[in-house]
Design a binder for this molecule. Sequence first.
Ligand SMILES: [Zn+2]
Length: 81
Amino acid sequence: MAVAEENQPDYFMPGDRVPASGIYRVIHEGHRAIHAVCAVKGDTFPDCRRCKNAVRFELWMEADYLNQDWDLSGPNLALAG
Ligand SMILES: [Zn+2]
């Protein structure tokens, strides 16, 4: 069954670059239930202390980091001039 292929893989591995800031599901190999972390674009996904390179990260919800959002952190245009 063909699945639409996109440039980004579904899962990210330790050592991969974080492609977009947001909330990621962390999938461990058995020792821990899935949980969520927030990661910032450009970070590197770490390995797990326990399941090492078997851990996987899945983008759950993209969310800009506070100071990367133009409306929230851009220059205050009201004060200009
Ligand atoms: Zn783990």
